[in-house]
Ligand binder design. Structure first.
Ligand SMILES: Cc1cc2nc3c(=O)[nH]c(=O)nc-3n(C[C@H](O)[C@H](O)[C@H](O)COP(=O)(O)OP(=O)(O)OC[C@H]3O[C@@H](n4cnc5c(N)ncnc54)[C@H](O)[C@@H]3O)c2cc1C
Length: 476
């Protein structure tokens, strides 16, 4: 059996981006599912295409890790800009999150007037811009060289941001937006929940700025579904779809890999499986212990997929909306949901009508622990509640326009992409040092994805991929 340079396990954003940067190596990428992209994949059901989770593509701009990686990989995605990144609907109010700062501020002052709005949002934009200009961002452990790079990154962070780095986000909100209304605060928290997986409580000012500034970047729609980006990036890479890695055995200078189909050997392994699901792959006690020490992040997604009759629906839709309700959604941890429509001119996704992905946040273990009957009942309660509010907020859509409707919970994510949890543990002031790094104490074993540094979504994972690429190629 020949020994590979690199085996990548999982074709999520992390596994795909790192493979695309290392395609000159003797590499195989294993994906257990039939679709590439994990939480950001596109799948077919009832003859229609749906985005499984991720629908916004951000970071394809100059000097951004996402664009840098795509350029190095030599791949240009088929995308189009969403001029209004997200339309927020809350209590009959409408706020368009657009990139242009003055237009956004004008919109904001109509909906959430506050005398310090300019001061608050200028700071958000300024800190975010400085963050994406950092040159030394790095977080890795277990070797002198890794610690040195991490220390140098921390120094850069402190010299650029100073006290802002550790300042509490909620304190900043309360000090600047004095007597902020409940509605305005709920808007801020709802936006953070989609970008950072957490509300303002406990996070730093730096995280607040990165989370809220997301729509100040270009937000793109991926033609043909988000999955099309993965198909493109992995076109000339040896990908084994429908092949699940079951066991990894540490040997002297390599790893033996057992899949549901075959046996392989590789010098290096990159796990794109969630950090909480990796222990089960190993027999080596030390490796098991290493993975077991990361406490599970009990957060996941509830997602509804719709096909809407596009002939009878009069209006065109924006790509993305966030609906903020007065009360919490049943079985969720949020009072908001995110709605993405396929573009009418997308001849793949909109072939049989609009393809709609609606998502909200839930506890991961809640769904796992229900018996079959309860599961069905609770799923229906959550689905009906969201659909009713969806129809209330889109008056041009009638119930009869919904041609197909089905939903996914943490159990569904587990079935298809092997994870109950969705999104990583948000980096807060308390847990920052426990954040898993891309490297491990074991030679040749690495992690990538949204459960390790630097976090979730295209931008966060791309930072992690750049860090991993430096670690990997310093040692290979
Ligand atoms: C509902 C929802 C909406 C979101 N919206 C956005 C958005 O609009 N924009 C954005 O940027 N981000 C969004 N995110 C976040 C983003 O989708 C995720 O952070 C990201 O896709 C996770 O990528 P990952 O690299 O961690 O891999 P994952 O997506 O976790 O993929 C891992 C892959 O590994 C495979 N795998 C696991 N174990 C094995 C094994 N043993 N053998 C073989 N294969 C294996 C899985 O099948 C899977 O394909 C959203 C997430 C969710 C859940």
């Amino acid at each position: 059996m020949k020994t590979l340079d690199l085996a990548v396990i999982g074709s999520g954003i992390g596994g795909t981006l790192i493979s695309s940067l290392n395609k000159e190596k003797d590499l195989i990428l294993f994906e257990r599912d039939s679709n590439l992209g994990g939480c950001a994949s596109t799948f077919k059901r009832y003859g229609n295409l749906y985005n499984a989770g991720a629908t916004t593509f951000v970071g394809y701009e100059k000097n951004h890790p996402v664009k840098d990686i795509f350029d190095k990989a030599g791949f240009i995605p088929d995308i189009k800009k969403s001029e209004i990144a997200i339309r927020v609907l809350q209590n009959n109010k409408v706020l368009d999150r657009v990139k242009d700062f003055e237009t956004f501020l004008e919109n904001l002052n109509k909906v959430y007037p506050h005398k310090n709005n300019r001061i608050f949002w200028e700071k958000i934009k300024e800190v975010d811009e400085k963050f994406w200009e950092l040159k030394k961002l790095h977080y890795a452990k277990y070797s002198l060289d890794s610690y040195k790079k991490t220390a140098s990154s921390v120094l850069e962070l402190f010299s650029v941001f100073g006290f802002d780095l550790i300042k509490n986000a909620n304190n900043y909100i309360n000090e600047t937006l004095i007597n902020i209304s409940k509605e305005y605060k709920e808007f801020i928290d709802a936006q953070l929940l989609i970008t950072l997986q957490t509300k303002a409580e406990g996070i730093s000012l730096l995280s607040l700025c990165i989370g809220l500034a997301y729509p100040f970047h270009d937000v793109f729609y991926s033609n043909g579904g988000m999955g099309a980006i993965f198909d493109g990036l992995l076109e000339d890479i040896n990908v084994h779809k429908n092949e699940e890695i079951k066991k990894i055995i540490k040997e002297q200078n390599s790893y033996k890999i057992l899949s549901n189909k075959n046996e392989y050997s590789s010098k290096n392994i990159i796990l794109n499986s969630s950090i909480y699901n990796s222990s089960i792959l190993f027999e080596d006690e030390n490796i098991k212990k290493y993975y077991d020490k990361f406490s599970f992040s009990n957060q996941s997604a509830f997602v509804i997929y719709l096909t809407l009759d596009s002939k009878d629906v009069k209006k065109d839709f924006l790509h993305h909306y966030q609906i903020i309700l007065k009360n919490e959604i049943p079985n969720s941890i949020s009072n908001s949901f995110f709605v993405s429509f396929s573009s009418k001119d997308d001849n793949k996704l909109s072939q049989n009508g609009y393809s709609v992905t609606i998502s909200t946040h839930t506890k991961a273990l809640f769904w796992k622990d229900l018996n079959n009957q309860e599961y069905k009942e609770q799923k229906k309660i959550t689905e009906d509640f969201i659909i009713n509010h969806f129809l209330e907020n889109f008056e041009t859509i009638k119930k009869e326009d919904i041609i197909k409707k089905f939903s996914a919970t943490s159990k569904t994510f587990k079935r298809y992409i092997n994870r109950y949890n969705c999104g990583g543990r948000a980096i807060t002031l308390k847990n920052i040092l426990q954040t898993p790094s891309c490297n491990t104490p074991f030679k040749g074993l690495y992690n990538i994805g949204d459960t390790v540094f630097a976090g979730q979504g295209w931008p966060g994972i791309a930072i992690g991929v750049q860090t991993l690429n430096k670690e990997l190629n310093a040692k290979c």
